[in-house]
Design a protein. Structure first.
Length: 185
């Protein structure tokens, strides 16, 4: 399935954020603790960037995880804009969610919101309740159903599972709390 994009990412061009493995693990723990009361029966990690978060969150929550391919970016090159179209492996998504009622959908970043919009719409159509969580929320995101995120950002983020960031990157601080939908603009 391919769906149109829903927002424009913001890149101020001031820095490239670099997320350390320690910052990632701390953020995943905060997300898991915050989402625990939802009692998700499955954690869906949007491949590629959401898979590490799904694995760590699922491990903490003792909840099964699944990787679903959903892509909005044509490349991981710094600053490249998204295509405007989202490709979702709809068959795999609906098969994974066929026997559950509540899922937690996770990704590394909510850039424009297009990927999460496409995935959650498919789940809603299938009668599955979904909550969403990401490590970073770009200031340009227009996805109003984002439930939980850790860092608001307005520049590119290099994640620990990607190629090393440039040496002049700015480390993301260790997180102390999550942000929630009530804080979204």
């Amino acid at each position: 399935m391919t769906t149109p994009a829903t927002g424009a990412r913001v890149f101020q061009g001031k820095r490239i954020w670099a997320m350390s493995q320690d910052a990632f693990l701390a953020a995943a723990s905060l997300i898991a603790v915050h989402e625990e009361t939802f009692a998700a029966e499955l954690v869906i990690g949007l491949a590629r960037g959401g898979v590490p978060l799904a694995q760590e969150t699922g491990r903490i929550l003792c909840t099964p995880t699944v990787e679903i391919h959903a892509r909005h970016n044509v490349s991981d090159l710094v600053g490249i804009q998204a295509t405007g179209e989202v490709e979702v492996d709809e068959v795999a998504l609906l098969a994974a969610a066929a026997t559950v009622r509540r899922v937690l959908v996770v990704d590394d970043i909510c850039g424009s919101g297009a990927t999460l919009t496409a995935v959650t719409a498919l789940l809603a159509d299938a009668g599955v309740e979904a909550r969403t969580a990401v490590l970073c929320r770009n200031d340009g995101a227009r996805f109003h159903s984002l439930d939980t995120w850790v860092w608001p950002v307005a520049d590119w983020v290099a994640f620990p599972w990607e190629a090393p960031p440039p040496p002049d990157s700015t480390p993301l601080p260790l997180p102390r709390q999550v942000h929630t939908a009530q804080e979204a603009p």
